[in-house]
Design a protein around this ligand. Structure first.
Ligand SMILES: *Cc1c(COP(=O)(O)O)cnc(C)c1O
Length: 551
């Protein structure tokens, strides 16, 4: 507990609410950051990712069982955000606003599929993808921090944030819906012209708010990402625009995702009270790309949720699956006709010939950016086992992570890591790799069995969950598989799996009312050349117009 110098703190220590939660970088050079700094900066200046200095372990988590999603979110988030930074009532208001946009009353409903298998539907937000859970919250946070900085300031004196991001689909639309209409924030999303799915293109470009700017780049997703990187590296752009990022390494995104692990656990206890009691262990299967979603599950586990295993579910871009089997983290360069450039999702480090195009494109990555955070906790545990003080253990962990990441950058791989590090990883996680053929098969199986239609990403998760159920024995451990997108967003794969099957009709069975006619609505999008300096000038001009109220 923090006390200030000479003043003695007389009140008993509060073990659940850490009054001064601070953050450090996984690479060790930066520490002592506030939540606000971490959210606005995104990436630490040493190239590392921010993590909390301590993971809270609330003793009373079971008492949260009857809370609504927003109430539960408040309990969890307030353990990571000091009330001195965001007062309780303000945090509650931010959370309520963020989840009022969800269509389902439970926000993230849990559906019983069959036997011991449950599906956690995370796609009831504005863009029908799980990324809304985090980006609705992040958008409101940005606005909150800026409005507060701007108290008493008018006109040109106000702080203004320009969020710039590249997208191949999902992140772009979720970011746009998270930031539309927000005060003092402009958002620019670059997508490769003609290369995102028609639904996703329509979702992004039909948002007409003045602060939303869609740029269609004549080039690939890689080109878009290179432009964004060039802007962030450019002094002129940074100084004139005050750039901000919303990619998957932003800590606030991980934080918001912890909530649904607890929420679904309580839903399970309510739905299956005869077979499942609070305190029983559960397994989560998580379709994984950049390791953000499943990392939130690891935080839930460390906070005390009874998680037996987190099952990493990858498609054929399987760097994580290979790490869990060998202890070696290695970019695999795919060559030949199956190699495509630019299909990595936002925030991933794309490589022109390393990513395989699959039916679950939001998981097509070469390396998983958030994995660095888990590596830090594994390295910390290893350092702890040697038994030095906490300060030394943290330094040790950061040094180890910095070394691994340097090796990855220079040689394309690191490891095998120490046996004890891999053992700690295996204690909490298992991993599965799922091919496109198996993805299709699972969509068909579940449709034939119970008529439920999975999107291809969720199908990767369910396939992995089925294998885990085989291993643990039917009926032994309850499994919750995370569903990350609505099937209508990935109509190609769903249609490929189910076309011609009894009773299947895409328009009637899959397409939500919100998508009908979307493609015909008015759009706002600017075509740009694949030239970052031109993009910089265009962004400056459009921000200028927006601030003058002309757009
Ligand atoms: C982003 C995304 C994923 C992968 O989530 P990570 O946090 O990157 O592991 C899976 N499915 C869908 C539909 C997504 O949009």
């Amino acid at each position: 507990m923090a006390t200030n110098g000479t003043e003695k703190n007389e009140s008993p220590p509060d073990t659940t609410h850490t009054p001064s939660q601070r953050y450090l970088s996984t690479r060790g050079e930066d520490e002592g950051f506030s939540f606000e700094e971490v959210v606005l900066k995104g990436l630490a200046s040493d190239g590392g990712l921010y993590i909390p200095e301590a993971i809270p372990k609330p003793t009373s988590w079971e008492s949260w069982k009857d809370l609504s999603f927003p109430q539960l979110a408040y309990e969890i988030l307030s353990l990571y955000i000091s009330p001195s930074e965001i007062p309780a009532d303000d945090l509650r208001a931010i959370i309520d606003r963020s989840y009022s946009t969800f269509r389902a009353p439970e926000t993230t409903p849990l559906v019983h599929l069959h036997d011991n298998l449950y599906l956690l539907e995370l796609f009831h937000g504005p863009t029908f993808a799980f990324k809304d859970v985090a980006l609705q919250f992040l958008g409101n946070l940005f606005e909150y921090f800026l409005v507060r900085k701007n108290e008493g300031r008018t006109g040109r004196d106000r702080h203004h944030l320009t969020v710039v991001g590249a997208t191949s689909g999902d992140t772009g639309s979720a970011a746009i819906y998270g930031l539309r209409g927000k005060k003092d924030v402009s958002v620019f999303i670059l997508h490769p012209k003609g290369r995102v799915s028609p639904i996703q293109e329509a979702q992004m470009t039909t948002v007409l708010d003045a602060n939303v700017h869609n740029l269609a780049v004549s080039g690939t997703f890689d080109d878009c990402q290179d432009i964004v990187k060039a802007l962030f590296a450019d002094k002129d752009a940074n100084e004139s625009l005050n750039l901000g990022a919303v990619n998957s390494i932003n800590w606030a995104r991980i934080l918001a995702q912890i909530v649904y692990y607890f929420h679904s656990y309580f839903s399970l206890a309510k739905q299956s009270s005869s077979t499942f009691k609070i305190g029983d262990k559960v397994r989560f299967a998580v379709p994984t790309g950049n390791f953000g979603d499943i990392l939130a599950g690891y935080f839930a586990l460390r906070m005390g949720l009874p998680v037996d295993k987190l099952v990493i579910s990858t498609n054929e871009n399987d760097i994580l699956d290979r790490f869990w089997k060998s202890g070696k983290y290695e970019k695999k360069v795919v060559r030949g006709p199956e190699a495509v450039g630019g299909l990595a999702v936002d925030g991933a480090m794309a490589h022109p010939d390393g990513v395989k195009e699959t039916l679950s494109p939001a998981m097509d990555i070469l390396v998983s950016s958030n994995f660095e955070r888990l590596l830090w906790f594994l390295a910390y545990e290893f350092a702890e086992s040697v038994g030095m003080d906490d300060y030394w253990n943290k330094k040790q962990a950061s040094q180890e992570v910095a070394k691994w990441l340097k090796e990855l950058k220079e040689t394309g791989s690191f490891g095998p890591v120490y046996q004890d590090v891999l053992k700690a990883a295996k204690r909490d996680f298992e991993s599965e790799r799922v091919t496109d053929a198996q993805t299709i098969e699972t969509i068909q199986d579940l449709y034939n069995k119970i008529g439920y239609i999975l999107d291809p990403h969720s199908s990767v998760g369910v396939t992995a969950a089925n294998r885990s159920i085989q291993r643990t024995g039917p009926g032994a451990v309850a499994h919750i598989s995370l569903s990350t997108a609505h099937p209508a967003k990935f109509s190609g794969a769903v249609d490929q799996a189910l076309r011609g099957l009894e009773g299947f009709d895409f328009e009637k069975k899959v397409l939500p009312a919100e998508f009908v006619g979307l493609e015909k609505r008015e759009r706002r999008v600017t075509d740009v050349e694949n030239d970052w300096a031109k993009v910089r000038e265009l962004v400056k001009k459009q921000v200028e117009q927006e601030l003058r109220g002309e757009s």
